[in-house]
Each structure stands twice: as C-alpha cells, then as structure tokens.
Design a protein around this ligand. Structure first.
Ligand SMILES: Nc1ncnc2c1ncn2[C@@H]1O[C@H](COP(=O)(O)OP(=O)(O)OP(=O)(O)O)[C@@H](O)[C@H]1O
Length: 243
C-alpha cells in the first residue's frame, strides 16, 4: 500500500533520514521503533506531507505522492496524529470533533456526522462527559484521545500515529491500543511510532527499527521479539518492559 524508496530528509546540516526504504502492507499494523531523535517523526511527516523529502520516492497505492500537498494526501485517506498536541484549545471537545470532522470529510460522509461523533463518545466516555468543556482544559491523555478521535472521524485508509502512548496513563494506553486493533479489523492500515517497542509489539504485525536516520532492523513481530531478548539494542529500544 505504501512504499518508500531511498528517502533522505535534511534539516539544514542535520541528516534526519539517510536513505530509508520501507514497504507497508495493506490492512496491517507496522511499528516504527527508535530512540529519541532517530527520525520517526520525520518519516511520518514525510508520508503525510508536512515535510517534502530532499531525495527519494513515496508511493501510495502505486502513485508517487512525495511532492503532493497535505490536503491532497488527506483526501486520499492519509491521516496523521502528531506527537505534540494540535487542538483548538479554546473550543469545546464537541466543537473540536465537529471541526475535525467537517474539514476532513466528503459531502456524503457529512450526513452521518452526529451519529459518528456519538460513537466516539460511546467509545471514549470521558470525552462524552467533557464534551462541553474547553479542549485546552483536558488532561494530556484526554487531549490525545480527542486528537486520535478527530483523525479517525476522517475515515482514514492509512493512519499514522506518532508516539500515541506519550504522556498517557497505562489504562488509557491500553484503551488506545485496543482501539487500534479494532481499526485494523475494519481494514485500516496503521503505522505507529513508539520509543517503547514493547507497547507497539502488542499489536504490530511487522516492525522497523530506526537508528540515527537509518533502518537497522526489520522483521515480523516474532523476529523483533527475539531481538528484544537477545540483542544489545534491547536496553535502548525496549526498555525494561518485555511483552
Ligand atoms: N525542525 C527541525 N529542525 C532541525 N532539526 C530537526 C527538526 N526536527 C527534527 N530535527 C532533528 O532531526 C533528527 C530526527 O528527529 P525526529 O524528531 O524525526 O526523531 P524522532 O525519532 O521522532 O524523535 P522524538 O521521539 O524525539 O520525536 C533529530 O536529530 C532531530 O534533532
């Protein structure tokens, strides 16, 4: 579904990605694992169009998209949940969902707007309880749930999540990850970046390990789990938590 060939991204003199090539299978969950600064966010931003690469190609369903604007990629079904929270903080939770929905959906989809927003409240009751509260007053974890819900309301075909567990209480992480598994069952292709590989390994089918802008490991979950047990990198990428 998504193929990246020889991707290079530079921030001035910093080479954030140094010739990355990956292949993402449709309907699967792929984990991008790497320490702080390894290039995970840069890679996801190049896929969603926030960053135009210096070199390399990105094919989405066989079409090169590396120079297409963000809106065009959104229309094709690519949604990006970024690290660091982007919400309309002075608007209510409900208005954020309405706005998120409105800007990202076709006319046809808009017919079911309220029904779909109600489904979000059923899925994450805390958002329903706080629907009239300003988004900026939610806790970090609740804001993260809201952002993920906004992305999901756009009915993405490819969902990019940058460290979705960051700042979340373990119980909320469980909820979010369980939801990702359900989205996969509905046919959504997911790429999730995590520093703590053990988390991503719970649901991923395949994974890539990034180190200083290069892919240093890739494989299915069994292979990555064996790396966790044997490789010296385990301390860096997998922390203490084992699956
Ligand atoms: N806007 C920017 N300007 C300059 N350098 C940047 C910028 N964004 C990222 N970098 C650098 O590019 C490299 C890759 O960063 P990136 O944020 O993609 O990594 P990451 O794996 O997502 O890390 P983190 O988990 O900290 O976000 C790092 O060396 C980082 O300092």
């Amino acid at each position: 579904m998504l193929k990246i060939n020889g991707l290079h991204v530079n921030y001035g003199p910093i080479n954030a990605l140094k010739g990355i090539s990956i292949d993402i299978a449709e309907g699967k969950i792929t984990a991008i694992i790497g320490a702080n600064g390894s290039g995970k966010s840069t890679m996801l931003s190049a896929i969603s169009g926030l960053i135009i690469p210096d070199q390399g190609e990105i094919y989405y369903k066989d079409t090169p998209i590396q120079t297409k604007p963000v809106e065009e990629r959104v229309k094709r079904g690519i949604a990006h949940v970024m690290e660091g929270r982007r919400l309309f903080k002075d608007q209510s939770v409900h208005d954020n969902l309405l706005l998120g929905f409105y800007f990202r959906n076709s006319k046809e989809n808009k017919k079911n707007m309220l029904k779909q927003i109600t489904e979000v409240y059923e899925r994450f009751p805390i958002l329903g309880q706080k629907k009239h509260q300003l988004a900026g007053t939610l806790s970090g974890g609740q804001q993260q749930l809201l952002i993920i819900s906004m992305a999901i309301l756009s009915k993405p075909r490819l969902l990019l999540l940058d460290e979705p567990s960051l700042g979340l209480a373990p119980i909320v992480v469980d909820q979010v990850y369980q939801y990702l598994d359900e989205l996969k069952a509905m046919g959504v292709t997911i790429i999730v970046s995590e520093q703590m590989a053990a988390l991503a390994m719970r649901i991923a089918d395949f994974g890539y390990v990034l180190e200083r802008g290069k892919i240093v490991g890739k494989g299915d979950v069994q292979y990555l789990k064996s790396m966790m047990d044997s490789d010296e990198m385990s301390a860096v990428y997998f922390g203490e938590a084992k699956v």
